[in-house]
Design a protein around this ligand. Structure first.
Ligand SMILES: [Zn+2]
Length: 670
């Protein structure tokens, strides 16, 4: 052990941990160093064994899942180095290497912290105190080049060794440890088809070496790479102007989402980054797309290859939709063939044959997943994959690992176990809701409740800052987006639905909630009052329902439209002619649309709330306040008004969801 290593060995455990976490944050903060949630870091140090009072050598290593940039101490697995290394003596060989993961449980220190990942053996077996394993685009570009071994030598001389592709696991750890032991001059290795591993006697040295490998590879690609690695421009496939791309994407989104939800409901994420648009406008893109992604982290998220539309952006939306449908059928058939070609009798069942990435030349990329974060990250990974292909093609030819190896990873028992450990999905997971008038009152409470049940929510309101506040309360853009929309304007309503399509791929549940109340006796009701009331509620909900139905029909996977009507839609009282008549109009829209849209599986329901006080604009400052209705309603309500009401009609209520209106009665249901 060197002097530095002995000095490190005596560093207190908490100093080792905080140094490791800080290093992980610095490395994880730059996407050029590793992809989201990809890679892992470790440190070894000495602590006192509370049982014997003697020193014990421990390994702190990033556990399974999680991201380096946000790593905390609870994300670290803590294991005993001596016991981990002793596993090498009982290792039964490559055919049974997966059994070693279960053996990690017998090497834990105390409760062991986070679950150890498959890469734990590599970190433990390498004789250096600090180890980084990363997936940098520049490194994988060399690792996935057909002559990666030779390029690694050219790029790094004798400082970095080449390790041919091997599935992550105990054997890979043994291989790398042996290379480290017999080549003290090495700072790390290039892992064929996969990524890099670097090591160092101190945390600082390890980080510096990781950065040296990543930076040297990037400079090498720039210095020795050819100018247009993806080939010449296909003029028809040049990117459309931004507004046109987004218009086309919004129209194609529900078609794509509907197709890609054949096996299970998925949400979408749209990206028109210039990296994607440039790639799709170049001659070589079809052949490269077909080769699929390489790094295991990449293809686990992106599926082995994307689905590619073979039409220019100038084609009509109808023609593109028809072609997407054909390509989707072909994609599913080819995925099934891939599964059957490689599945063994004990392989897990096929997990679904729909694409995770759909590429549209000149328009952009849709990525899909069971929730928005998964969909977004899949898209980010395909951007990584394009960078990798560009790097590899600029100095050589891109040659990802074989399809058989990809299958072994995709349907690996350990991956299956990881999926089975995932928490069950929430009731509205992968559903997209759009709520109008969601900046306050019933709309706000509904939007929040739908989000709490797992839906992605488009919070629409005339008041953009109220919508933004509700959206921020719900969470990140993976959970909700806000849209300033005037429901009386056709263009504004269309734009709100376009925003839903671009944010989440479509819409499944639309709540017509926007409204206002001008309560005046007949003789004091102006024509303007009447028009305003009818514009916002009757016309507004008609426009919203029309766009909702258009999008739901394009998706072809049913949906719900819910009208927040009012008790006043059916009960008559004085001084309420404009409001009550507009609510009655909405209530009849429910019946009419239920009759018309039922054949598409679109359910249309209305709810007649009465005396909703909490958070209501009407009661805060409107006619309700003036008329003292708040107090009156509070007095006669049989349910405490401060509690969210629950729709009592479980049989025909669209989602049997507890919703925040006080008392409700259903108007109709198909
Ligand atoms: Zn890896």
């Amino acid at each position: 052990m060197s002097a530095l290593e002995s000095q490190q060995a005596s560093a207190p455990a908490n100093a080792v941990i905080s140094e490791l976490i800080e290093r992980s944050h610095r490395l994880g903060a730059d996407p050029r160093n590793t992809n989201y949630a990809g890679g892992n870091t470790s440190a070894k140090g000495t602590a006192t064994d509370p049982v014997t009072g003697s020193p014990v050598e421990l390994l702190w290593v990033k556990g399974s899942g999680g991201d380096l940039a946000t790593l905390t101490e609870s994300g670290l697995a803590v294991l005993r180095v001596e016991r981990l290394r002793a596993l090498a003596d009982t290792y039964p060989g490559i055919d049974r290497e997966d059994e070693m993961v279960a053996a990690f449980d017998y090497c834990l220190h105390g409760k062991g912290g986070a679950a150890p990942s498959i890469d734990t053996a590599m970190h433990a077996l390498i004789g250096a105190r600090h180890v980084d394993h990363l997936h940098p685009d520049s490194g994988i570009a060399l690792a996935a080049a057909v002559d990666g071994k030779q390029l690694t030598r050219e790029c790094f001389g004798g400082r970095v060794a080449w390790v041919p592709w091997r599935r992550p696991g105990f054997q890979l750890g043994l291989d790398i440890a042996a290379i480290h032991k017999s080549n003290p001059e090495l700072i790390g290795v290039m892992l064929g088809g996969h990524g890099i591993t670097a090591w160092g006697p101190t945390s600082q040295a390890c980080e510096q070496r990781s950065r040296e490998i990543i930076g040297t590879a990037a400079q090498f690609l720039v210095r020795s790479g050819r100018a247009d690695p993806f080939g010449p421009l296909i003029s028809d496939y040049r990117p459309a102007a931004r507004a046109e791309r987004r218009r086309l994407a919004a129209q194609l989104a529900p078609v794509i989402r509907g197709l890609a939800s054949t096996d299970r409901l998925q949400v979408g994420h749209f990206c028109d980054h210039e990296i994607v648009l440039d790639f799709l406008s170049r001659r070589k893109h079809p052949q490269l797309v077909a080769l699929g992604t390489s790094c295991p982290d990449h293809f686990l998220r992106t599926k082995i290859r994307p689905m590619l539309l073979d039409m220019p952006p100038s084609a009509s939306v109808g023609a593109m939709s028809g072609r997407l449908s054909e390509l989707h059928a072909a994609y599913r058939a080819s995925y099934q063939e891939y599964y059957l070609r490689h599945a063994m009798p004990d392989s897990p069942a096929m997990r679904g044959a729909d694409p995770a990435i759909v590429l549209l030349p000149g328009i952009g990329m849709f990525s899909l997943g069971p929730d928005k974060q998964t969909a977004r990250v899949a898209g980010e990974f395909y951007l990584n994959a394009i960078n990798v292909m560009r790097g590899a093609e600029s100095v050589s030819s891109y040659a990802p690992i074989s399809e058989a190896e990809k299958f072994r990873i995709e349907y690996w028992e350990l991956e299956e176990a990881k999926l089975l450990r995932m928490p069950p999905a929430r009731p509205l997971a992968a559903r997209v809701a759009l709520v109008t008038g969601a900046g306050s009152g019933i709309g706000r409470a509904t939007a929040k409740r739908l989000a709490a049940e797992g839906a992605c929510v488009v919070v629409s309101d005339l008041d953009s800052s109220a919508a933004a506040t509700v959206t921020a309360d719900i969470g990140s853009a993976d959970h909700a987006v806000s849209v300033a929309a005037d429901v009386t304007s056709e263009d504004s309503v269309i734009a709100a639905f376009q925003a839903a399509a671009l944010a989440f791929g479509g819409v499944d549940l639309v709540v017509n909630n926007a409204g206002l109340s001008l309560s005046r006796p007949l003789l004091e009701t102006t024509a303007r009052d009447w028009d305003r009331q009818h514009h916002v509620m009757a016309r507004g909900s008609f426009l919203v329902s029309r766009e909702a139905a258009r999008m739901m029909k394009a998706q072809g996977m049913a949906g719900d439209i819910i009208y927040i009507c009012s008790k006043n839609a059916v009960f008559a009282g004085p001084a309420n002619v404009a409001y009550g008549a507009a609510k009655a109009d909405q209530a009849h829209q429910v019946r009419l649309l239920a009759a018309e849209l039922g054949e598409y599986g679109i359910r249309v329901n209305g709810i007649n709330p009465d005396a909703v006080v909490r958070g209501s604009g009407i009661f805060a400052s409107g006619w309700g306040a003036e008329r003292g209705l708040c107090t009156a309603y509070r007095r006669r309500s049989s349910v405490p008004i401060t509690r969210a009401g629950r729709c009592s009609n479980a049989r025909s209520c669209p989602s049997t969801l507890p919703l925040p209106w006080q008392r409700s009665c259903l108007v109709t249901s198909p």
